[in-house]
Write a new protein. Structure first.
Length: 265
């Protein structure tokens, strides 16, 4: 027999569920709408590494351009193991090659492949600012067949701030945690360790408060003039990006409507 129409009282509930599912899918697949002109990558210096190599890795021809972002280093032309060099780059709203609707904030740094290199070896040059898995997800070359002399996009995630958290900050440092690092210890070295500041940092970095030695945190950074950049009124919550959350959201957006159909049936 013909399917009975839903009871009148059920219709508003059904419409509400459909609206929520639609909004969830849209938000999950739209990670950002715009980027920002400046972010910083905190590059950890290892043995036998020099600042010329670090600058060239990010497409900066003259290493001396890094000096104004590294006032704490006595000499920009002489770095030692354990130093961290802040490298400037534009933070853009990008899309995955395999899923143009899945957007995220990052720098896409052109990297010319040398014979025999893999996503893992390329990522190792960036000292935990990116990973082999993330490079594979944001490039079109198969992992076991990257052509010699090809250009790979070295993808380094970043943040432009979040008006829903604070309008005090729009310049952020992408900071990979080393073996001994935690969010609290990094905050202490940047004079951001008051209870109020730590609460703000936790909101910028959900799930990272107890992390030690791995992962990336986003830390507010000062301009070369020594002041924090306030967030412009036009920027919003979509100015913040975490690569891990994008993986979750891709699954969520694909299943929301399916879950709703099961519920309705």
């Amino acid at each position: 027999r013909a399917m009975e129409a839903p009871p009148p009282l059920f219709l508003p509930f059904l419409l509400l569920l459909l609206l929520l599912a639609s909004n969830t899918a849209t938000a999950a697949r739209d990670g950002c709408s715009e980027g920002c002109d400046l972010a910083l990558a905190s590059y950890y210096v290892t043995k036998n590494m020099n600042v010329t190599f670090i600058a060239q890795l990010f497409g900066i021809s003259d290493y001396r351009a890094l000096a104004k972002y590294n006032r704490g280093l006595p000499r920009i032309d002489y770095v030692t193991t354990g130093d961290r060099v802040d490298v400037p780059f534009p933070c853009k709203c990008l899309a995955r090659p395999s899923d143009p609707a899945s957007t995220y904030l990052a720098a896409s740094i052109p990297y010319r492949v040398v014979t025999g290199e893999t996503y893992a070896s390329i990522a190792s040059n960036f000292n935990n600012l990116t990973t082999a898995d993330w490079l594979q997800a944001t490039n079109s070359y198969p992992p076991n067949n990257i052509p010699d002399d090809a250009i790979v996009n070295a993808t380094v995630n970043c943040s432009c701030g979040d008006a829903g958290i604070s309008t005090d900050y729009s310049l952020f440092r992408t900071f990979p945690l080393r073996d001994w690092d935690t969010l609290a210890s990094v905050a202490a070295t940047r004079d951001l360790s008051s209870p109020e500041q730590m609460d703000t940092l936790r909101r910028y970095n959900p799930g990272m408060d107890g992390a030690t030695g791995s992962g990336i945190v986003y830390i507010p950074a000062k301009d070369p003039d020594g002041s924090y950049r306030p967030l412009k009124s036009s920027a919003g919550k979509k100015g913040f990006s975490r690569s891990n959350s994008r993986k979750c959201c891709g699954w969520c957006s694909g299943t929301s409507l399916g879950c709703l159909v099961i519920l309705v049936l």
